[in-house]
Design a binder for this molecule. Sequence first.
Ligand SMILES: Cc1cc2nc3c(=O)[nH]c(=O)nc-3n(C[C@H](O)[C@H](O)[C@H](O)COP(=O)(O)OP(=O)(O)OC[C@H]3O[C@@H](n4cnc5c(N)ncnc54)[C@H](O)[C@@H]3O)c2cc1C
Length: 422
Amino acid sequence: MEDTNARTFDTAVVGAGLAGLIAANRLADAGRSVVVLDGLGASGGRARTSLLADHLVNQGPHALYIGGNADQVLRHLGIPVEGVEPPTRGTNGLYDDRLHLLPAGPVSLLRTTLLSPVEKLAVGALLTRLSRIDPDPLDGVTLADWIDSVNRRHAVRSLLAALFRLATYTNCPELLSAGAALRQLSMALSDGVLYLHGGWQTLVDGLTTRAEAAGVVFRFDGSVTGILGDAPHLTIRTAAEDLSARTAIVAAGGPGTAERLTGVNWLTDTAGPAVNAAVLDLALDRPPEHRFVLGIDLPVYFSVHGPPARLAPDGEASACAVRYLRPDTDDASDMSRSVLGDLVTTCGVDPGSLLADRYLHTMTVAHGIPLASQGGLTGRPGIDAVGRPGVLLAGDWVGPDGMLADAAASSAWAAAEAVLAS
Ligand SMILES: Cc1cc2nc3c(=O)[nH]c(=O)nc-3n(C[C@H](O)[C@H](O)[C@H](O)COP(=O)(O)OP(=O)(O)OC[C@H]3O[C@@H](n4cnc5c(N)ncnc54)[C@H](O)[C@@H]3O)c2cc1C
């Protein structure tokens, strides 16, 4: 193996999740020498896919926003993005402990039993004009205030809150920026999402293989404990060794880690609280009765991801149930487990069809809620928020563009561009 200690890299990328892999590819394409370090033993971070009784499961349900930043960057890099849009037929809303057929689209919504005729018209009209609402003036308004301002009926507000929860994963409308939420829901409704064949691991593998072919060096043998010195003489410290680099991109998940590695203490407050979810992944020997259920007055969601995506052996199914957690939740883990167990029963999963399950009680979906109090997405920490020249940030809590993996991709790309420009 090459003695990487003796070498000075143009850039050290800390973290081999989607953000780190995207930044590494961009830099290597420009001819820069890059080392990517990750303590997890493999690349992928939260975009990894595992095997559960021969079924592929992501780290909780993952849908790629068509036309979003991640989709665009991946396609630009030539990474195959192969998947299928989830069918909207047979979608149900869970309200008042009962399932209500929830046909997709403003027009077919008129068939739902969830809303009164007046409420159907109100929701239909709103969804029809959603993409024409200018989100910019709403960046500093909370989603809760915005929903209150458009309709005061309980069922309508609950349905809107549920759709925003589904698109943003965020269960905190009193903090979330309405502008950020509107952009996200509008994109989801107009362009749709993809469930990926083979899971998000296909993206991870594509990006890793591409980076290796472009000369990126991967070090999976230890977490980084600090980034010391000043660019262009940075020392990247791991428990095992010190590496030298001229610049660094910290794509190590959340703001807490970035603070630890860079020695600053102002990132966590600006990023806002993390978006967390409790997740139950299921390997089933046959599809359940219902394929997609959205909690309307309960912050939950259930979806069979494979089929339609190729994730399970023929005739079998790969599904997940989610409970959207509030940032201030103090629920014990067994509470979420029991809520998800009830949800799975309501969705018609036959206990006899269960081959295996995996419960993840607090998954961090995104490392920051775009806060209305900070003006939404533009108030998030920027790629240069550390304030040390040559030390950049990337992740799903960084920069003014997008949410979830789209934010990770756009900030990674921007951080790489900033390094190239320096
Ligand atoms: C349940 C769930 C559902 C989701 N659903 C969606 C969805 O539907 N659509 C969507 O767009 N996004 C979704 N996401 C979000 C998406 O997975 C993330 O935004 C994206 O994967 C983040 O990539 P990242 O590289 O920024 O962070 P990560 O994937 O967290 O990668 C960070 C990497 O840094 C490494 N690391 C940490 N500390 C150190 C250190 N000290 N030294 C070295 N390495 C370190 C970690 O091991 C990790 O590999 C979901 C996430 C979850 C958990």
